[in-house]
Write a protein that binds this ligand. Sequence first.
Ligand SMILES: Nc1nc2c(ncn2[C@@H]2O[C@H](COP(=O)(O)OP(=O)(O)OP(=O)(O)O)[C@@H](O)[C@H]2O)c(=O)[nH]1
Ligand SMILES: [Zn+2]
Length: 362
Amino acid sequence: MILGLTPVELINRARADLRLGVPVILRDGPAAAIILAAEMATPARLAELQMLGPALVLALTRHRADTLKARAYDGDLARVVVPAGAQVGWIRALADPADDLRHPMKGPLRTERDGAADFHRAALALAKSAQLLPAALVLTLDTIAAVENAGLTELPIAELNTALASETQLSAVISARLPMAAAQAGRVHIFRPRDGGVEHYAIEIGQPDRSAPVLARLHSACFTGDVLGSLKCDCGPQLQAALTQMGREGAGVLLYLNQEGRGIGLANKMRAYSLQDQGFDTVEANHRLGFEDDERDFRIGAALLRKMGFQQVRLLTNNPRKVDMLNDHGLSVIERVPLRVGETDENRAYLATKAAKSGHLL
Ligand SMILES: Nc1nc2c(ncn2[C@@H]2O[C@H](COP(=O)(O)OP(=O)(O)OP(=O)(O)O)[C@@H](O)[C@H]2O)c(=O)[nH]1
Ligand SMILES: [Zn+2]
């Protein structure tokens, strides 16, 4: 006999469904809702939802709602009423700010005030965790009968919320020696989250003494900076400078965390870059897309360092949040080592915005 899927397995299936444009059913006891990622909506799928019931809603985060001048009665999110006959283009324009400046008048938008927003909040969290735009069509169902035999993934929201909020458990997969330009004595460790998320890497230089403070860096993936040598940020030079300093000192550990774009994923980061070309700064661009300034789960870095046996770190960073987070999650940062490299004409304003709005130290 095959037992049912665990919540973690169901969540991963639900993420894949949303990314494919397949609806997912959320359950809360006897209550249920059907959700669809707004950016993946097609005319056919939208028509299916519109036929199931009249009360179709587009859930948006407060940041996106603020941009659209829609009232967010639920605090952190808004439930925008989808008018009968609304087309996919209307949904997409609300979800995606790409054309905000060209077509500023999207309203007036009517948002719901009464009733619960639990399904909507869960739908947005799931869309974010699938690295989609945080915008979801939500139809609360009177009865689940109409969708019961469609083979859709069904997810209890209590379990979904618990799983999304809990600390990721990581398993060590393999490690192997890697001589690098910055240090001959390098070793790459691969860690796999047990929640089905993307793998993260640790680059160990030399043989750091576990009973002494280790020179450490938490580096968030930046395809454009790390690989392409982008001049828009300082990630590539920071990565190289950190490895070089560890090589020079003979020991250190650099965590390469796959949290591209401060946790929003590369597609959304490129959407943010496109908005930056329209004149918005890095924080404003994230907000217009509906994200927080920083969506990273920094607990993963702390968990990895602890798992590797480290307790005390000298942390290479300009970001005081990283220091606080490690101190709050079982490590002690005995020194913050500044990492100021790679300033260019192109990234000067970006670095200044991070100092002014995100608390980075100059
Ligand atoms: N969303 C978004 N992400 C960006 C942008 N520019 C760089 N990133 C991402 O930001 C992350 C690097 O974060 P930073 O804020 O530069 O540095 P930090 O890691 O917080 O702090 P430091 O330790 O001082 O470097 C990487 O994941 C990059 O992909 C941007 O304009 N928008
Ligand atoms: Zn970068």
